[in-house]
Design a protein around this ligand. Structure first.
Ligand code: ATP
Length: 368
């Protein structure tokens, strides 16, 4: 079902955890709330679950205003980082718990438990206690318990943070597949931009309680509305250089880059992603002069750090790149892919050759 935040805010005393938030998650979509610690993402999720009351605003699930409803009447299922399993109940009884609360018939209950457990690949663990399970298996039990209820929405708060890197990758894929298969609207809180980018249909980037941008992962990556979003999404992050635009060119101590149709003048920040630059001949046009600082071969590609006037730039180079550290080099950003940001506010400016920000100034509604 569609989930809507309408001007929802939350203050704890004098701390504004969430500034008025207007977001619509379309039915069946997966929205990630992404941001650093303390940005208000958990608060937004807890407000939807009914674990907190908003200071102002309304929350709708489908057509229903649930703002004043008790958590148990909202029909949403939460999955936490901590799993929150009952230690003395078997896996089967943990999964069946929501059905017991609803007093479902025992035969139907057993059948559904088995079905959901098999869906999550834990069908052979039903008799075990949670302490006899690995972290990944426990998280599957928590997911099974959420799924068995057929809730109107799944709310997930950093559900993978307790797992090791390998398992996180595997569960990421499985949660995404399950969510698409079940088609249940999902809100997923994370500070991990890779999780958000890989799993979500839509990402809401938050900072200090304020929504920065609501967009698809591709839009967010291609057209960040400000420096914060630009730097938060993408790894390694976007390279940012301080310089000045004059006579249709960006001037920096490391070099001059021609900007086609740039409407701005004066001091700006110019950004380009590590994959939107290549190594070129020294002394060429539209290059930045630097020095190879670190070379990291990753097998499929090489990450090269270049030092430029005391600043470090990240460049993705092909596998097999083997220039020596300390060598002078010239970096040529793809001019159609550079981003310009206001020096003071950090807001994206109309870009030189690249696409402009898509959601700046528009109401934060689903762009899909
Ligand atoms: P994290 O990733 O660390 O959980 P978050 O983005 O989820 O962070 P929130 O937990 O939503 O952030 O907190 C947002 C702000 O509200 C923080 O400044 C936090 O200290 C404050 N806050 C949250 N809950 C309470 C509370 N119960 N009482 C007082 N302040 C709170």
């Amino acid at each position: 079902m569609q989930v809507q935040y309408q001007g929802v805010s939350k203050s704890f005393g004098s701390t504004e955890a969430l500034a008025p938030l207007d977001v619509t998650v379309p039915d069946g979509k997966f929205m990630a709330m992404l941001g650093p610690s303390g940005c208000g993402k958990t608060t937004a999720l807890r407000l939807l679950a009914g674990l907190e009351q908003p200071t102002a605003g309304r929350i709708l699930i489908g057509e229903h205003d649930v703002t004043k409803l008790e958590p148990r009447h909202r029909d949403v299922a939460m999955v936490f980082q901590s799993y929150a399993l009952y230690p003395h109940k078997s896996v089967a009884n943990n999964i069946a718990y929501p059905l017991r609360l609803r007093r479902s018939a025992a035969a139907e209950r057993d059948e559904r438990v088995l079905k959901v457990a098999e869906l999550l690949g834990i069908g052979d663990l039903l008799d075990r206690a949670p302490r006899q399970l690995s972290g990944g298996q426990r998280q599957r039990v928590a997911l099974a318990r959420a799924i068995i209820r057929h809730p109107r929405a799944f709310l997930m708060d950093e559900p993978l943070s307790n797992l090791d890197a390998q398992l996180r990758l595997q569960m990421r894929v499985e949660i995404k597949r399950l969510q698409r298969e079940l088609g249940v609207t999902t809100l997923y809180v994370t500070h991990d931009q890779i999780e958000a980018m890989t799993m979500a249909d839509l990402i809401a980037v938050m900072r200090d309680g304020h929504l920065q941008q609501l967009a698809t992962p591709a839009e967010l990556y291609a057209s960040p509305v400000n420096l914060f979003v630009a730097r938060f999404c993408g790894s390694p992050p976007m390279n940012i250089l301080d310089g000045e635009v004059a006579d249709g060119a960006f001037r920096h101590v490391g070099g001059t880059l021609t900007l086609a149709n740039s409407p701005v003048r004066g001091p700006v920040k110019l950004g380009f992603r590590p994959e939107h630059a290549e190594f070129a001949d020294l002394g060429g046009r539209d290059v930045l002069d630097g020095e190879i600082y670190v070379v990291e071969p990753l097998g499929n590609e090489t990450l090269v750090t270049v030092r430029l006037d005391g600043q470090l730039l990240n460049i993705r180079a092909p596998a097999g790149f083997d220039r020596p550290v300390g060598e002078r080099c010239a970096v040529r950003p793809a001019l159609g892919q550079v981003h310009l940001f206001d020096m003071q506010s950090g807001d994206a400016l109309a870009q030189a050759g690249a696409r402009g920000p898509s959601s700046a100034g528009e109401p934060a509604r689903a762009g899909i």
